[in-house]
Design a protein around this ligand. Structure first.
Ligand SMILES: Cc1cc2nc3c(=O)[nH]c(=O)nc-3n(C[C@H](O)[C@H](O)[C@H](O)COP(=O)(O)OP(=O)(O)OC[C@H]3O[C@@H](n4cnc5c(N)ncnc54)[C@H](O)[C@@H]3O)c2cc1C
Length: 361
């Protein structure tokens, strides 16, 4: 039985009881319905870039989503612009590149994010001040509770920081009807043109030599984003262990104002509708965990024998250096989480879907 490790960017995870690869919407629905008819738990895997699967594997059917296709429709939008329908398994960065080639803008800050289009609404994928909720019009889903195809519009999806209705209705492992909504395709509404949306992120604005709020040629924004992401190990590169991760392992915590006020003045704090958003990377670094923490010759090397470490380019990424197990990644994650909690009284929570019952998150 082959393991699921090869299907994930972290390269860890045991076997599934069954694995089915699907390449069309019909096959995806059929695979889910078969599993449901047999009361078998379902794990959807597309790019595997936001999953931490335990060494024990998954006692159910792993459905590997490989549907592909992008359709542009310049006529569909009564408000102008381009509608873009993308099949769930299509590689996300190809969608961004194709939209720019088509002369449509809005996705360029999301260049270089690994994984599939269908997973982007799951955690409202975002980077550089933009997330998919800014341009996503609707998703076509298979609803496993109502047993039918439905269209969920942007306003139905309860988008928030790294969350959506798709994520909050997902319960893994071990429950036969999880996740409730299987994304079949995603519709984006983009603007025509070759100038980007206003740049919302200081580091990106600096890289482009513009002020925050200004626009820039969208193709240049894509190049700048890819370069910035590469410098942080945030573009998946098979030959570079610093990218063998789930990207950010922890979400940025949102705390109340009193908790934020107790932090040192240098701690970044951002307003958020639910309180104050902190920087998980700052908390990790200032709790004593530097880039590369856990590599041989660095503090923390004893935890996993150097098999897993913080990326040498970014403290938020937990990386497999070549022969790490899921237990190694988990041990490092819990060690960092507990160290931050000891230092600042703030608990970090994992961003990826953790498919394992062997750790107490
Ligand atoms: C180097 C690196 C950098 C990253 N940078 C970012 C970043 O900047 N911003 C960001 O937000 N994320 C980032 N990520 C995380 C990840 O790339 C995104 O979350 C991505 O959208 C996951 O897509 P995927 O296809 O790999 O999903 P998978 O890992 O295969 O699955 C992730 C979740 O989505 C579910 N899912 C997958 N397909 C479907 C479907 N068709 N229907 C319903 N549910 C589905 C899965 O069951 C699982 O719960 C990064 C990851 C890496 C490795």
């Amino acid at each position: 039985m082959s393991t699921l490790a090869a299907l994930t960017t972290t390269g860890v995870g045991g076997p599934a009881a069954g694995t089915v690869e699907v390449s069309t919407e019909d096959e995806l629905i059929a695979a889910v319905r078969d599993a449901d008819a047999n009361h078998t738990p379902v794990l959807l895997i597309a790019g595997g870039s936001n999953l931490l699967i335990g060494d024990e594997g998954f006692d159910g059917t792993a459905i590997v989503v490989r549907s592909s296709g992008i359709d542009f429709n310049d006529e569909a939008g009564s408000c102008g612009g381009t509608f873009l329908t993308v099949q769930a398994g299509h590689v996300w960065d190809e969608v961004v590149a194709a939209s720019l080639e088509h002369g449509s803008v809005g996705l360029e800050p999301l260049s270089g994010i690994p994984g599939s289009a269908g997973a982007t609404p799951f955690q409202n994928v975002g980077a550089y001040g933009t997330d998919v909720s800014h341009t996503l019009a609707s998703v076509r889903v298979w609803d496993r509770v109502e047993n039918r195809i439905r269209t969920l519009f942007n306003g139905d999806l309860d988008f928030g920081y790294r969350t959506s209705l798709l994520k909050t209705t997902n319960y893994v492992p071990g429950i036969a009807y999880a996740p409730r909504f299987v994304v079949l395709s995603v519709d984006f509404q983009l603007l025509p043109g070759d100038l980007s949306a206003p740049i919302r992120y200081t580091q990106l604005a600096d890289a482009l030599g513009v002020t925050v709020g200004a626009k820039a040629p969208a193709a240049e924004v894509r190049e700048a984003v890819l370069a910035l992401r590469d410098s942080k190990g945030m573009v998946y590169r098979p030959g570079d262990p610093d990218t063998h991760s789930t990207g950010s392992f922890f979400t940025n915590p949102i705390v109340d104002a009193a908790t934020a006020a107790r932090l040192p003045e240098s701690a970044p704090c951002y307003p958020d509708p639910r309180g104050v958003k902190l920087s998980a990377a700052w908390l990790i670094e200032n709790a004593g965990f530097a880039k590369g923490y856990g590599l041989p010759g660095t503090p923390g090397a004893n935890i996993t024998g150097g098999r897993a470490s913080l990326s040498t380019k970014h403290t938020l990424a937990l990386t497999n250096r070549g022969d790490a197990s899921a237990a190694d990644i988990t041990a490092l994650a819990l060690h960092v989480r507990d160290g931050v909690e000891r230092a600042f009284g703030i608990r970090l929570h994992p961003e990826p879907l953790v498919v394992s019952s062997s750790a107490d998150w």
